[in-house]
Write a protein that binds this ligand. Structure first.
Ligand SMILES: *[C@@H]1O[C@H](CO)[C@@H](O)[C@H](O)[C@H]1NC(C)=O
Ligand SMILES: *[C@@H]1O[C@H](CO)[C@@H](O)[C@H](O)[C@H]1NC(C)=O
Ligand SMILES: *[C@@H]1O[C@H](CO)[C@@H](O)[C@H](O)[C@H]1NC(C)=O
Length: 240
């Protein structure tokens, strides 16, 4: 039990040093960057290494009502350019899409290919439900229509979506032994850390970049974030 409990911090430390090592190394050796990073954010500008798929996703993961069984097409994008494959148990880096069309994030997350090339990782980007083409009810208009259609628009449902797609992918690629590292930024980073907490058997580690995971009223004294922002405003105001 004791050794089991001491595992997560060690893994976290290992991952952090791995990631720090990766970024230092990337800066030092100028690891090749993908040309897409400077291109316009639309799917057409992605290189052919990025392949888009749809997963038939369940609308509601949390009850057995017949209407919960409704499905929608959820988009995910895979790049296997650097992947070492299942035989070498090479890692799978999963980018947890946030509140935006996923193709924008594919283009924006420059360190993801750097990470993948260094660790022979598979790059997977999953679009968040209710964004981009991952619309329940067939269209954005229908999806955002009213409280009934918006009732399935939650972080809990999104995390369960990601779990389904990760399971599907691992099975499809015979990659059951490949460790999954989930990554996200801002709200997506919150999703990554919550995913590690809620589905620890699926994610070996999580990297949450610029993720305000404690940004909820009452979680920190004086509502820390608001305090820092107000204070910053006060200071700049007095400098004008
Ligand atoms: C995925 O589903 C969307 C929405 O239904 C559709 O517009 C798109 O063509 C599909 N893409 C693929 C690769 O099947
Ligand atoms: C939901 O879908 C599954 C798989 O397609 C099916 O086996 C099941 O009977 C469906 N349940 C309901 C309540 O429609
Ligand atoms: C900002 O300045 C006002 C007026 O000087 C003060 O009352 C307030 O406490 C300050 N807020 C912060 C967060 O420092």
């Amino acid at each position: 039990m004791i050794s089991k409990m001491s595992r997560p911090p060690l893994l976290t430390l290992a991952l952090i040093s791995m990631l720090i090592g990766a970024s230092i190394n990337a800066t030092r050796t100028n690891t090749p960057r993908l040309s897409i990073l400077t291109d316009k954010p639309n799917y057409e500008s992605l290189t052919p290494d990025f392949v888009s798929y749809n997963y038939t996703q369940t609308l509601d993961h949390f009850n057995y009502k017949p209407e919960s069984n409704t499905t929608f097409q959820q988009r995910y994008i895979v790049n296997s350019k650097y992947w070492g494959g299942p035989i070498t148990s090479s890692p799978i880096f999963v980018y947890m899409g946030a509140e935006v069309d996923i193709t924008h994030q594919v283009l924006g997350v420059g360190f993801f290919p750097v990470l993948a090339s260094r660790f022979h990782g598979l790059m997977v980007y999953i679009e968040h439900r209710y964004y981009g083409t991952s619309m329940p009810f067939g269209s954005e208009e229908e999806a955002y229509k009213d409280a009934n259609s918006l009732g399935f628009f939650s972080s809990e449902q999104a995390l369960a979506d990601y779990a389904q797609i990760i399971l599907h992918l691992k099975q499809d690629l015979s990659a059951e032994n490949c460790p999954v590292i989930v990554v996200g930024g801002s709200y997506g980073g919150m999703l990554a850390s919550w995913f590690r907490l809620k589905y620890p058997h699926m994610a070996y580690g999580a990297l949450a970049a610029s993720a305000p995971i404690l940004y909820f009223k009452g979680l920190t004294p004086e509502n820390g974030y608001d305090h820092v922002v107000s204070n910053d405003f006060n200071v700049s105001k007095s400098n004008i």
